[in-house]
Design a protein around this ligand. Sequence first.
Ligand code: NAP
Ligand code: MG
Length: 398
Amino acid sequence: MAKIAMKTPLVEMDGDEMTRIIWKQIKDICIIPFVDLKTEYFDLGLVNRDNTNDQVTIDSANRTKELGVAVKCATITPNAQRMTEYNLKEMWKSPNGTIRAILDGTVFRSPIMIDGIKPFVSCWKKPITIARHAYGDVYRDTEYVVDAPARAELVITYKDGRTEKQTIFEFGDRGIVEGLYNTDKSITAFARSCFNYALDVKMPLWFATKDTISKKYDHRFKDIFQEIYDNEYKTKFEEAGITYFYTLIDDAVARVMRSEGGFVWALKNYDGDVMSDMLASACGSLAMMTSVLVSPDGKYEYEAAHGTVTRHYYRYLKGETTSTNPMATLFAWTGALRKRAQLDGLADLEAFADKLEKASIDTIESGIITGDLNSLLDHPNKQVVNTEDFLKAVASRI
Ligand code: NAP
Ligand code: MG
């Protein structure tokens, strides 16, 4: 059988630990036998990031800007313990942070829904996609520990010489201060990515912030979204039969819990970080959560929402077989292949991505699963297998 051809290569960002092992297995078992796979390979494993002084991460993000579609394996974000474990030159920044800073944009996370795995929130019938603003706020903050009585001030010095000064707090004793920022440019791009994505998947868009308390900062997000909606998207949304809905974050959380799902929920950076972990746990397993970074100019980087599954990797290194769930990483590949196919007009490659996703869902629904799903799947004869056998079962169904 002839393999399915590709036109433009994907940017392939390899990663660390257990997910690096799974990465190769997915390619070898589920993709290369069927597709004449074209990628430009960047090794973002911690060893190579250290060897290249993290240049490889920057190069891979810049290449994504040129080629348009990337697929990324989970990577270690170094901490003190990793400094010793890998004998690092420096505590390199989070690769995802670096990639997001270069591509800008919004991270969309959605659970892979399976018949037989009921979300813990029993009214959820359709997936909820979280759209997380991936720029600024607490992730790019400036923090300070005040160690004696002091006045903290907010000073803005304009290039034209104007200055503005406000007192933040008169400290009578020790305390802490934090400075945050965002830009109209990034918030505007965030809004457009969300409206475009909602139109793409034909689902309503919800947006929530704490604008009643944060009357300037959060309010700015609310106003920009509304303005862009009214000027650019209102008609398109009406034609597509979907709605845009803004509400206070507290109200949104309460409504989400009572909803049946089936919408895109846009959130500021921190809210999106926290709520996507809530959503992933409520849907059963971190291993079933997909993630894609969409830049304002339409570049895509697909990945799993989980990390490198370190605990499984240490067991793997001891020679034990592990039953790590490859679903989210597999969906990163299918997402990237499908997007590439759409951009290059390759119908058979797009059909392959659909088939591979369906084969993997059918495998789980037939009872063949990895260990993490054992307590979640309702099925009369479940069979827990290792990662490789799971992927072989998927490939046999394509
Ligand atoms: P993690 O790798 O997501 O794993 C946390 C736990 O969740 C695992 O120990 C495992 O539980 C379960 N789990 C996650 N993915 C699974 C899968 N595919 N199949 C089965 N079980 C799965 O998070 P972490 O342990 O906090 O972080 C490990 C490393 O990943 C860190 O170095 C961190 O920097 C990095 N990280 C990277 C990214 C990224 O690249 N996007 C994101 C998050 C974390 P059990 O052990 O109970 O089975
Ligand atoms: Mg998080």
